[in-house]
Write a protein of this length. Structure first.
Length: 490
């Protein structure tokens, strides 16, 4: 193991060893692309306009499917944390489940073929939809829990990990991460305006299936060549230790609380507003083009700002800054019913994007790094890692909240008079006003409590430095003991 130098002035370790090589770095970038290489931005349109799922029925069934999701998460977390194989702790789950999950995802997009032209209350379709959702969610939990732990163990060097995160966030957009949603916006506009004689359902079937397969291939490739390099304790953690790993992990508890409070928001997404109010899905992409350069150069500010300010300070500032911009956009949009004027709103959304993108790098990098810090904090505090249990606990909180808010969301859409499976442009003026409010001001205001826990995040720059110094020394001792016991020497 390379010797790392410690600065006498700051006490910080100057990490000199790099663990992740070129090919693995490239695979890491493609894996990051795979996380967003989908048409998820238009999934609501698929559910409302193509498949047709009644709002009230969806709100009721979501409670039951969400309850099962919460139950199986607890079991899955314990199983993953107890796993010890020659292929690693996390890789067997990711590799073994990738193909079945992809097949289920393809079936999901083929539902219009199985149930063409059926009503929103057609029972066989609803039963198939929700049953497929349960299977998909259970398999995804195994894979996602394993993937989250895997990403935190590919290097023990926090500086290298931060570099990988920033590199991935900076380059993934240029590698086609957003291409499926951009292309979907353009194609939906062409179909809605009868420029091309295609059926909306066929578009979703093709785009959904193709992106599912390609994203799975990218993730599969990365998992095949990447390695888990942060050693796991040979003894499997008990259930009691797993619970303790969550309860005494103050950084993770505050992250969870912030996300919980922040996700209690009522939002319909900008895509629905651009389609149903401004009548142009691709306009969302167009208004963001002038600010794309700002998003790119914002990554140049990340490392200088991290050296000068703590993660907590940047976390809080980004939240307040972004929220304030969104509320201003809402207020200007409501003046004289500007929200229905395509030209005015193009300028307003473009201006909002221009200033918002200055925080793009901070938003992307700090959020991921805080999660990894909290996982390392568990090892520092307890002497063992429990990535899966912590990830599941974090996911449980979000899923409990999501079950409640998904049901509220469906009922709100019904309450504002949204018309499902209707002709393009058929929403009422009142519905359009609410669609604008619920993609700008309403979510910004209803989630404002999410900023409060961020002020109490405990890992200051000094504590973070001490944590990684001690972890580095501890891991070196453990690695030396294993090598000595096995008769292997560097």
């Amino acid at each position: 193991m390379a010797i790392n130098e410690k600065s006498e002035k700051t006490g910080e370790i100057a990490y000199t060893r790099r663990y992740v090589g070129f090919h693995e770095t490239v695979a890491y970038l493609f894996n990051d692309v795979s996380n967003s290489f989908n048409i998820g931005g238009y999934e609501d349109r698929y559910k409302w306009d193509v498949v047709g799922i009644d709002f009230k029925i969806a709100a009721t069934v979501n409670v039951f499917t969400g309850a099962w999701d919460i139950i199986n998460d607890s079991i899955i977390g314990v199983m993953v944390d107890k796993t010890r194989t020659r292929w690693g702790k996390f890789r067997p789950y990711i590799l073994g489940l990738q193909i079945p999950i992809t097949l289920v995802a393809v079936l999901y997009w083929f539902i219009p073929i199985f149930f063409p032209g059926t009503a929103t209350t057609y029972v066989p379709k609803l039963a198939f939809w929700f049953s497929l959702g349960v299977v998909k969610e259970t398999a995804n939990t195994f894979r996602d829990v394993a993937r989250g732990g895997y990403m935190s163990t590919i290097t023990p060097n926090p500086d290298e990990r931060g570099r990988l995160i920033m590199l991935a966030e900076l380059l993934s957009g240029n590698m086609g991460e957003d291409l499926p949603n951009v292309l979907m916006g353009v194609l939906i506009d062409l179909i809605n305006n009868r420029v091309v004689p295609w059926k909306l359902g066929n578009l979703f079937i093709i785009m959904g299936s193709v992106t599912s397969v390609l994203s799975a291939a990218m993730s599969f490739w990365f998992t095949l060549i990447a390695r888990e390099r942060v050693m796991q304790r040979v003894e499997r953690p008990s259930i009691k230790e797993g619970i303790r790993a969550v309860i005494n992990n103050k950084p993770m508890l505050l992250i969870m609380l912030s996300e919980l409070l922040g996700d209690f928001k009522i939002s319909v997404g900008r895509g629905n507003y651009f389609i149903d109010v401004l009548g142009m899905a691709s306009l969302d992409t167009i208004v963001n083009l002038p600010s794309s350069f700002n998003g790119t150069i914002s990554y140049a500010f990340v490392q200088p700002l991290r050296r000068r300010f703590s993660s907590k300070a940047l976390w809080v500032f980004e939240d307040v800054y972004t929220r304030s911009l969104t509320i201003l956009l809402f207020l200007f949009g409501m003046v004289n019913h500007n929200y229905s004027n395509r030209m005015i709103m193009s300028v307003l959304f473009g201006t909002h994007a221009f200033f918002d993108k200055f925080m793009f790098g901070i938003r992307k990098v700090i959020g991921v790094e805080l999660q990894n810090e909290a996982l390392d904090y568990c090892e520092w505090k307890n002497g063992y890692r429990a990535e899966a249990t912590i990830s599941v606990a974090k996911g449980l909180v979000k899923k409990i909240q999501r079950v409640a808010m998904d049901s509220v969301y469906q009922l709100v859409m019904d309450r504002i008079g949204y018309r499902q499976q209707q002709a393009f442009g058929s929403q009422t003026a009142n519905t359009k006003r609410w669609l604008f409010a619920m993609c700008t001001g309403v979510p910004a205001i209803t989630s404002v409590l999410g900023v409060v826990p961020k002020f109490f995040y405990p890992l200051s720059k000094e504590i973070r430095t001490r944590m990684y110094n001690e972890l580095y020394e501890r891991r070196g001792i453990e690695a030396a003991a294993v090598n000595e016991g096995s008769g292997f020497m560097d």
